[in-house]
Design a binder for this molecule. Sequence first.
Ligand code: PAF
Length: 278
Amino acid sequence: MISTDSADRLRATIDGWHKAGETVAFVPTMGNLHDGHLALLAEAKRRAVRAVTSIFVNPTQFGPGEDYESYPRTREADLAALESAGCDLVWLPAVERMYPLEQPFMVQVPDSLSNCLCGASRPGHFDGVASVVLRLFNQVRPDVAVFGEKDYQQLVIIRQMVEDLALGIGIVGLPTVRESDGLAMSSRNAYLADDERARAPVLNRVLTEMAEALCEGGEFNALRRASLGKLEAAGFRPDYLEWRSAEHLGEVRPGQPSRLFAAAWLGKARLIDNLPVN
Ligand code: PAF
């Protein structure tokens, strides 16, 4: 496995693969890897001859007062996990390479996609995500990139960016990887104290029950009130609980795919989850 912070080495390696007719699949990450990331890498390996991962804690997607400084950085363990999982190349760009200008060029995500759900309480977050993913795509030049459905709003935004900007990269969304009790895997689960970790699966349980009740014809607002009550009773501070189109995150339309989305604080951890309403 090659791991490099040199843009020249990255370019030469990828050029060599392209010249040899080898396809490239890409998994961008912020490191602190868990089994969810490794599932994305396994999918990347199924989709292309070569698998590339990046590790970059992206400052532009953290708001003031968020956890940019304290975000867990575990490079040695991450590289070991990627090597055993069969990654071909790990791209480790420095902040100055990604953002050489004091006022960097940024992607502006359309309001309809960025101002709702997580974007409503994290202004600028998705502009930061799109800006770094566009840079990474241009550096790695993959045929396919794999993202987790846990960050479903991010996945919808990246798909739309790729389409609007004609980037010609296939975007694959992979179902959320969960702990055995249903909690969605996330690097931020490490912020949970033991008693909070024991209560954390309530978020997924409440969403699952609500999705089932909606399928059986339940009324959204009444179900939402009851679900928020259950979350509060378990010690969560809910941020949002919404039912949205799975395609464009707007209003649910009859017969179109839709999902339930929730974010809630439990102690210092802001947990997110989403589920299809079939
Ligand atoms: O999902 C993530 O880990 C990040 O948002 C991403 C896509 C690597 C961009 O920094």
